[in-house]
Design a protein around this ligand. Structure first.
Ligand SMILES: [Zn+2]
Length: 279
């Protein structure tokens, strides 16, 4: 057995067990395995997987995509994603959610834009989603799922393995991240905000907002099942507490052009029950 196939075997062995220590070993091994996969694979899988979300783009006014992109643009300048060009767009949905594909295609739902009340909240979610891409969490999930055969094919250079993985890519929308990945995305997202000289205080506000949504009668059992932003995230209370413990940053302001972009978003997606402001 060559050294090159030892790593996938370790992942496979760990995947067969439910033991915590081995599960953690599996996470580490998976992350290492993903390091061997070129970013061009993230790009291909992401392009395929985001087709479904992209099919809905026309139902959203072009201005919505443009304003969202403007609001988050500073974040894109602080991330390094060779070969990938992250994009932020809006998709029509009654569920407040945001999701990221491995190619950097990130979507905010219209309901999330309705519920958010400050630009800081949108920025916090954007940082979090971007972190899922930079840390390659979807790829890690796919590698874990595809387990032994596909990883082995990759490592030994069998391109058929890529086709299998691409097929799996179509189910990315239903993919759930582990709590560890969510915690990591929270932390890395806050780091990106700091580098972009943007405030992170929106994280606490937004988690609180989602908690209110969770507890309100707007959130049925059915919608909660699909809320990837909440469902497998660490407990909302834990996240609110974590975000509230971050260093105060009231001295950091969202620049005026981005505040205006947010105001334009709110004209399109006012808080439920509110009449849009007249021009
Ligand atoms: Zn997440």
């Amino acid at each position: 057995m060559t050294k090159r196939i030892v790593l996938p075997l370790v992942i496979f062995a760990a995947a067969l067990t439910g033991c915590d220590t081995l599960a953690r070993m599996k996470d580490t091994a998976t992350a290492t395995a993903v390091d061997f996969i070129p970013r061009t694979v993230d790009k291909k899988i992401g392009e395929l997987a985001s087709l479904q979300a992209e099919a809905t783009l026309d139902s959203v006014p072009p201005a919505a995509h443009a304003h969202l992109s403007e609001l988050v643009e500073a974040l894109l300048r602080v991330v390094e994603l060779p070969g990938l060009k992250p994009t932020f767009r809006v998709t029509n949905s009654n569920m407040p959610n945001a999701f990221a594909f491995p190619n950097g295609s990130i979507f905010f739902t219209t309901k999330l834009l309705e519920i958010a009340q400050t630009p800081e909240e949108i920025l916090a979610v954007a940082g979090h989603e971007l972190a899922h891409v930079t840390e390659r969490h979807s790829m890690q999930q796919l590698v874990t799922r595809a387990a032994f055969t596909v990883v082995l094919n990759f490592v030994v250079g069998d391109v058929a393995g890529l086709a299998d993985l691409l097929n799996t890519g179509s189910s990315l929308l239903n993919l759930k991240f582990s709590r560890d990945h969510e915690r990591e995305a929270d932390a890395v997202g806050v780091d990106f905000l700091g580098k972009a000289q943007l405030p992170h205080r929106g994280a606490a506000a937004f988690f609180q907002r989602m908690k209110e949504f969770e507890e309100s009668n707007l959130a049925t059992q059915e919608t909660m099942k699909y809320l990837s932003f909440l469902a497998t995230h660490p407990q909302t209370d834990e996240r609110v507490a974590w975000a509230k413990n971050l260093p105060p940053d009231t001295h950091i302001k969202v620049p005026e052009p981005q505040r205006k972009a947010f105001a334009e978003i709110k004209k399109l997606y006012p808080l439920p029950g509110k009449v849009p402001a007249q021009k």
